[in-house]
Design a protein around this ligand. Structure first.
Ligand code: BQF
Length: 294
């Protein structure tokens, strides 16, 4: 069965639109997101446009703040500080990747955790790991929401995560391992967690044997066709986080054609995790608004 992220994301946007509508009819202002974009990477521009369009659909105000690739780290830091203290902005993101001369962790660390709707500050990552209320990184939040809405349980399951990034691999592993009662606000119905998680990466030996023991495989490696059918147990659930352009086509990290027949559930690319990532950003923005607007 295909996990239809595009459809679930549309459902969640409709829910968010209602929630924002309720705020407005109570005489409150709309939530507002700012997106900082540095340089002119075409993929980043597409992602930012996806975010702006999704905000417009649910009634979240959004502004794009574009800067040349030549911006200094200090000027960008000043911009982050300005956004931290701008009371009209509920949350903001700095679109990644940043140009080589800017250190991403320096910028992320400067963001006020209450406005960190990408969930990438050390404070939010730490709070997420400790099971404290936090803003959760958008892709992991989206994956959890997708599993939850399809009623896919994780308790006692072996989850193999391929990829150890701060944005996807590390946080999704932590979240699915966590005791669910420590789980975070804004989550729907089924609580996810209590999984046994193995994190694999480019230096992992015998990835195939490890994957063959997995009930759920989450692939976030950025390597097209990495997960093949011979690595997958019959009836496994496959979550493909990869976004690669091959011959002008968008493909994931999974050899979808051959893996899909063995999988109980599988996400497509496009239309799987990607749309869930976008909608999670909107959920995080509404969460930031609700937690800090009186
Ligand atoms: C879809 C991203 C790598 C590096 C930085 C929908 C998106 C993608 C695909 C999207 C991504 C990937 C985003 C689909 C945002 C996800 O239909 O499959 C939406 O816009 N994404 C990003 O902001 O930065 C990235 C991937």
């Amino acid at each position: 069965m295909i996990l239809d992220g595009k459809k679930i994301a549309a459902t969640i946007r409709a829910e968010l639109r209602e929630q924002v509508g309720d705020l407005l009819s109570q005489g409150k202002r709309a939530p507002k997101l700012a997106i900082v974009l540095v340089g002119n990477n075409p993929a980043s521009e597409t992602y930012v446009n996806n975010k702006l369009k999704a905000c417009a659909e649910v009634g979240i105000e959004a502004v794009k703040l574009a800067y040349p690739a030549s911006i200094t780290e200090q000027t960008l830091l000043n911009e982050v500080h300005r956004l931290n203290s701008d009371e009209t902005i509920d949350g903001f993101i700095v679109q990644l990747p940043l140009p080589e001369h800017i250190t991403e962790t320096t910028i992320m660390s400067a963001i006020d955790r209450r406005k960190d709707v990408d969930g990438l500050t050390p404070e939010n990552v730490g709070r997420t790991v400790q099971g404290l209320p936090s803003l959760v990184s958008a892709t992991p939040r989206g994956i959890r929401e997708l599993l939850s809405r399809y009623g896919i349980q994780t308790e006692g399951k072996h989850v193999v995560v391929i990829g150890r990034s701060n944005i996807v691999g590390k946080p999704i592993a932590m979240l699915l391992m966590q005791r669910p009662y420590l789980s975070l606000p804004g989550m729907s119905a089924a609580s996810l967690g209590d999984a046994t998680v193995t994190i694999c990466h480019s230096k992992t030996r015998d990835l195939k044997s490890i994957c063959l023991t997995a009930d759920i495989i989450i692939v976030a490696a950025g390597s097209p066709g990495l997960l093949t059918a011979e690595m997958v147990k019959e009836g496994a659930t496959i979550i493909d986080v990869g976004i690669n352009r091959v011959d002008g086509k968008l493909v994931g990290d999974v050899d979808f054609e051959h893996v899909a027949p063995k999988a109980a559930y599988i996400t497509p690319v496009p239309g799987g995790v990607g749309p869930m990532t976008i909608v999670s950003l909107l959920q995080n923005t509404l969460q930031a608004y609700n937690e800090h607007t009186r």
